[in-house]
Design a binder for this molecule. Structure first.
Ligand SMILES: [Zn+2]
Length: 402
């Protein structure tokens, strides 16, 4: 790739160099586009590639030519197997997966020693961090899936400054150390934790901050590598500068207006295992406004869920997480869920409430409908049902196809 080219120029140039048999060329062809026909305005016409379809393409691939169009397996340095049934291919470093930007944003450099406590077997997660850390000159201790006792003894001997792994693993290590009566901060040098694999809650951030450890999180996938990462403002995830991220309607693949939720669709102009409009199945939205850190790359608000959990109504999405929050807010409700029905006038959104008390006494209807509208951007009407009606059901029930 030429220096100074923008991301889109690099994507277009890569596309024009692709051989005919490549999966990307074929998908562009379905949108009526020739190799060199990709422009910013027709880009979204190229159908997105779901992870399921990627697996199917890999199954029929002879030597994986369609997904490894520039040199096949000969150009691949490592092959991984994803839980979703696809193979993931890595090219030669440095930093094939793009994690260096994240590591740098976390203030990590040549003086740091990092424990990487993620599995090195089969899946690429540990290597993503490992290579990002190495590319900024940090020293890596690849503890992988070693037991807590052994890791703790390594930490005591080598005094790493960075931990990469799950929040529960790190908290477990700290508790174990503190149970012996030792003071964590007094004996350890750990100052940053790049946390993965579990949701990073405020409780975890506070627990670690109290011990002098700053928490960091990022977003990536096994096919793409790093997609977004936190800066020191810790508000949203900046999109990696050398890739293109769109937030799309999962049904049509069309980009959604900024601020609205949709599927994260990723394009990566790399020669080994290039990606054009890969649908991750993850739901996010772009955060508004500029980040005080000064980076110009857009921010994702974080991962809100999976596309198969979304229900689309009148162009908006209802996500179970929003309904869970709503249910917690409405104290008068023993249970609360949403049903979408179709009647002669179109979609009928019912906020179904199983009340604790007489629902008429507290203005329940209006307040719940208002809360729902604020949260989901949709109008819905409250329907009260007798107790026991909604047991063990989903929070969002799409009854339109039934
Ligand atoms: Zn920032």
């Amino acid at each position: 790739m030429k220096r100074g080219e923008g991301v889109f120029e690099r994507i277009a140039r890569l596309a024009s160099d692709l051989p005919d048999g490549s999966e990307i060329t074929q998908r562009m062809g379905r949108a009526g586009l020739a190799h060199d026909g990709l422009t910013p305005s027709n880009f979204a016409a190229v159908p997105t590639l779901s992870k399921g379809k990627l697996a199917a393409v890999q199954e029929v691939a002879d030597g994986f030519g369609p997904v490894l169009p520039f040199g096949g397996l000969a150009e691949v340095s490592r092959i991984f197997r994803s839980p979703g049934g696809t193979y993931d291919f890595a090219g030669a470093g440095p930093d094939y997966w793009g994690f260096a930007a994240y590591v740098k944003a976390a203030g990590i450099g040549p003086d740091d020693i990092a424990i990487v406590a993620l599995a090195y077997q089969g899946t690429p997660g540990a290597f993503m961090f490992d290579e990002g850390l190495q590319s900024v000159g940090a020293t890596v201790i690849p503890t992988g899936t070693m037991g807590s006792e052994a890791v703790l003894s390594l930490i005591q001997d080598l005094r790493p400054t960075v931990f990469v792994g799950t929040p529960s693993h790190l908290i477990g290590l700290i508790r174990r150390h503190e149970e012996t009566g030792a003071n964590w901060q007094g004996t350890m040098r750990l100052r940053a934790a790049l946390l993965a694999g579990e949701r990073l809650t405020d409780d975890v951030r506070v627990f670690l901050a109290e011990r002098g450890v700053a928490s960091w999180q990022a977003y990536g996938t096994a096919e793409a590598g790093l997609i977004g990462y936190e800066c020191d403002v810790h508000s949203g995830l900046h999109v990696r500068s050398d890739i293109l991220v769109e937030i799309c309607d999962p049904a049509t693949g069309q980009p959604r207006p900024d601020g609205e939720a949709g599927e994260v669709v990723v394009t990566i102009p790399r020669k080994v295992y290039p990606m054009l409009r890969l649908g991750t199945g993850d739901v996010s939205a772009f955060a508004g406004g500029e980040c005080p850190c000064g980076r110009v790359e857009k921010r994702l608000v974080g991962i809100l869920g999976r596309t198969d959990e979304l229900t689309k109504v009148r162009g908006m999405f209802i996500h179970p997480r929003d309904i869970a929050v709503l249910a917690a807010e409405v104290r008068q409700a023993k249970r609360l869920w949403v049903e979408v029905h179709r009647d002669a006038d179109g979609d009928d959104v019912r906020i179904v409430v199983e009340p604790m008390i007489d629902p008429h006494e507290s203005g329940l209807f209006e307040s719940v409908e208002q809360l729902f509208r604020q949260r989901c951007g949709l109008r819905g009407r409250v329907v009260v049902v007798p107790q026991g009606t909604g047991k063990d059901g989903a929070l969002v029930r799409d009854m339109r196809s039934k």
